[in-house]
Design a protein around this ligand. Structure first.
Ligand SMILES: Nc1ncnc2c1ncn2[C@@H]1O[C@H](COP(=O)(O)OP(=O)(O)O)[C@@H](O)[C@H]1O
Ligand SMILES: [Mg+2]
Length: 406
């Protein structure tokens, strides 16, 4: 897989938008030295940029934020809504992070902090373009092929400690143990992955070792899966945070698309971040379970995430909103909360720390450790009613299996 790191986007056409001629010249010079990149035009303001995009159809637009007249964020929103194929990358100076966040919501695919070097610039353009291409290919594949492969379900939240791992693990166990599906959990909480802890497994080889393999196929990946007694397989996260950086978006795309061919369900536990590895995961996923809690910080971050996912083109059918650790006594009414998020919460899971803590500390998922608890029942409902609705007749079979197991 190492060869992917040197993949080059052939003949990418780029438009540079910046009111400072120095910046335009500098970027033109840096890209002029790069094979496979062609600067097709420049614009000193947003209005001219929009006109030139119509004339030149660049594949990538490098957009400054602060410009006289229309600002780069408004321009980004206009461009991405009119020319959905165009990849916009925002260039900003340090300290404009709020603008950057708004630009991403406006549809920018990445951002560069000025001043930047040639390597950083080229890598940013290539990666943004590769992500976009992968997304398009996937979209086309989904249209042209029936349903040969498994589903990728990404469990995400912009905040830590909300219950992502708890959810990922319990959903996986219900699918494997009760629905008899082939399931793997890919731990993409790359720095502090704890799927193995929740399942009482001790990782040996991890994703950071896997990405150093020269080839990636069913045979090479097989020894990396850890097997839990309930049937779930796990691809463990690197054992220590410093190994996380070995895993780049291209690896994630390839690992997930391979896992899709091997399993019915690929559950991805994610970190609380919008890093490019996370964006690649979210793009590759068929479904995103967006998890939040009932505190203001979590709600604010959920709203920002929902807006960003909307800008990334994820529809209602892709993003499934779950409120975990919910309760009636937290000073926020469910109706107000949904109004603040401007959408309905798809599924509520109540707060119940005893079973959750006991299970986590025993290294046994709640649905196995306390199968009769209300939390376990709720996880089963999530799977059976929403994520993998049962076919006719299946209900009776699984009831029979549970009785047999007792
Ligand atoms: N519904 C719940 N009720 C009570 N505690 C919960 C619930 N869901 C998760 N927890 C607990 O919250 C803590 C954080 O959960 P975890 O799954 O590790 O979150 P994340 O993966 O988002 O960081 C854990 O101690 C877990 O046992
Ligand atoms: Mg976690």
């Amino acid at each position: 897989m190492k060869d992917m790191r040197t993949t080059r986007s052939a003949g990418l056409t780029v438009l540079i938008v910046d009111d400072a001629s120095d910046t335009r010249n500098n970027v033109r010079r840096l890209l002029g030295l790069t094979l496979g990149m062609e600067v097709v035009g420049e614009a000193a303001n947003a209005e001219d940029a929009i006109k030139k995009i119509g004339q030149l159809s660049p594949q990538v637009v490098l957009m400054d934020v602060n410009m006289p007249g229309m600002d780069g964020i408004t321009a980004t929103a206009r461009i991405t809504s009119t020319y959905s194929e165009t990849v916009v990358i925002v260039m900003s100076v340090q300290g404009e992070t709020e603008y950057v966040r708004r630009a991403m919501i406006a549809g920018a695919k990445d951002y560069l902090v000025k001043p930047f070097g040639a390597d950083e610039l080229v890598e940013c353009i290539q990666k943004a373009w590769e992500r976009e291409t992968a997304r398009r290919v996937k979209g086309q594949a989904a249209h042209s092929i029936g349903k040969p492969h498994g589903q990728v379900i990404a469990v995400f939240s912009p905040k830590g400690g909300v219950g992502k791992t708890t959810l990922a693990v319990n959903v996986a166990v219900v699918l494997a143990a009760e629905r008899r599906a082939q399931v793997c959990v890919v731990d993409l909480s790359l720095q502090f992955g704890d799927v193995c802890v929740f399942l009482g497994l001790v990782p040996r080889r991890t994703l950071s070792d896997l990405v150093s393999e020269t080839t990636l196929d069913a045979k090479t990946i097989a020894p990396y899966f850890m097997q839990h007694s309930c049937g779930v397989k796990v691809l463990p996260a690197p054992v220590s945070p410093e190994y996380a950086e070995y895993v780049v978006p291209e690896h994630i795309l390839r690992v997930l698309s391979l896992c899709r061919t091997l399993f019915d369900y690929v559950i991805v536990d994610m970190a609380a971040s919008f890093a490019d590895t996370a964006l690649a995961t979210l793009d590759a996923a068929d479904k995103v379970l967006l998890i939040g809690n009932m505190d203001m910080a979590s709600l604010k971050n959920m709203k920002v995430s929902l807006e960003l996912m909307q800008r990334l083109g994820y529809g209602r059918e892709k993003v499934f909103l779950i409120l975990n650790q919910a309760g009636y006594d937290y000073g926020i009414r469910f109706g107000d909360l949904e109004a603040a998020l401007s959408r309905k919460v798809d599924f509520y899971i109540h707060h119940d720390d005893i079973p959750a803590m006991l299970a986590a500390n025993r290294g046994t998922p709640i649905v196995l450790d306390q199968p009769d608890s209300k939390l376990a029942k709720r996880f089963r409902e999530l799977v059976n009613e929403h994520l993998a609705p049962k076919q006719r007749g299946e209900e009776a079979v699984s009831l029979w299996r549970r009785r047999q197991a007792k």
